[in-house]
Write a protein that binds this ligand. Structure first.
Ligand SMILES: Cc1cc2nc3c(=O)[nH]c(=O)nc-3n(C[C@H](O)[C@H](O)[C@H](O)COP(=O)(O)O)c2cc1C
Length: 210
C-alpha cells in the first residue's frame, strides 16, 4: 500500500490534487438544487456536499463554495429563503452534470440543460420534474467556514415528493429503487445497490465474562 503524505500532495499539480482530495471522502449525495432569484428567474446546479444534520427538526446542510466560484444558488437562497433538492436518476445524469457549468446569471439552467421546472403550491423554488425523489427546504442558517471561505447552508425540510411505494414499513426510503445516483469527486456518477440492512445495533454482551 502506498503511503502519501500531505507534503507530497502539496507538490502535485493543482487539478490533479483537487481531483484526488475530492475523491477521498467517498461516495456523496449528488443532487440538483433548484432556486429562483427575487424576480422569479430560475437557477439549477448540482451539489454533492449534502448532509443530514438532524431528524427533529428535519435539517439538511450543504456546503457552498466561495461566492466568487458559485454565486447564484447561495444568493437566491439568501434572497428568497427557499430551495429544493432533487435526486439524480441515470436518465438525466448528463443534464444534471451540465448544470454545474458557469452559466451567466441571466441564463435559466433548467432551459439550458433541458430539464423541466416544476412548481408546487406556494413553494417559491422550482423542483426538477424528472426527479423521482425531491424535497423543499426553508433556509435556517448560513454558517461561514473561515478556513476556506465556504458556507454551510442549513435548511428545514418542509415538503417531500416521492412515490409512496419507495417508503418501507418502518419509514426507511428505498432510494435505490428510485434509481438515485451517487457520485465521487466532481465528475463521476454511480448507480446504487443495497447490500444489507441491519437494524439498530446494540452492544453484544458476552455472558461468560459476567
Ligand atoms: C458532481 C458535482 C458536485 C458539486 N458539488 C458542489 C458542492 O457541493 N458545492 C458547491 O458549491 N459546488 C458544487 N459543485 C459545483 C457547482 O455545481 C457549480 O459551481 C455551479 O456552477 C454553481 O452554480 P450557481 O452559481 O448557479 O450556484 C459541484 C459540481 C459537480 C459536477
Amino acid at each position: 500500500m502506498q503511503h502519501i503524505s500531505i507534503d507530497t500532495i502539496k507538490t502535485w499539480e493543482r487539478f490533479y490534487r483537487a481531483n484526488f482530495i475530492n475523491c477521498l471522502s467517498g461516495f456523496k449525495s449528488a443532487s440538483l438544487i433548484g432556486t429562483v432569484n427575487e424576480d422569479g428567474q430560475p437557477n439549477l446546479a448540482v451539489f454533492s456536499s449534502i448532509v443530514h444534520l438532524g431528524s427533529d427538526p428535519a435539517l439538511i446542510g450543504f456546503i457552498n463554495r466561495p461566492l466568487a466560484a458559485a454565486p447564484h444558488t447561495l444568493s437566491n437562497i439568501k434572497a428568497t429563503g427557499a430551495y429544493t433538492i432533487n435526486h439524480i436518476h441515470p436518465s438525466f445524469v448528463n443534464k444534471a452534470h451540465q448544470s454545474s457549468a458557469k452559466y451567466p446569471v441571466e441564463i435559466n439552467e433548467f432551459e439550458a440543460v433541458s430539464l423541466e421546472a416544476q412548481y408546487i403550491n406556494s413553494i417559491k423554488a422550482p423542483f426538477v420534474k424528472e426527479s423521482f425523489i425531491k424535497y423543499a427546504l426553508e433556509l435556517s442558517e448560513i454558517v461561514p467556514i473561515k478556513q476556506n471561505n465556504t458556507f454551510l447552508v442549513i435548511g428545514y425540510v418542509t415538503d417531500i415528493l416521492m412515490d409512496a411505494s419507495l417508503i418501507e414499513e418502518d419509514g426507511f426510503i428505498a432510494i435505490e429503487n428510485a434509481g438515485t445516483m451517487t457520485c465521487v469527486g466532481v465528475d463521476a456518477y454511480y448507480k446504487t445497490e443495497r447490500t444489507a440492512r441491519f437494524g439498530y445495533a446494540k452492544p453484544i454482551v458476552n455472558k461468560e465474562s459476567k
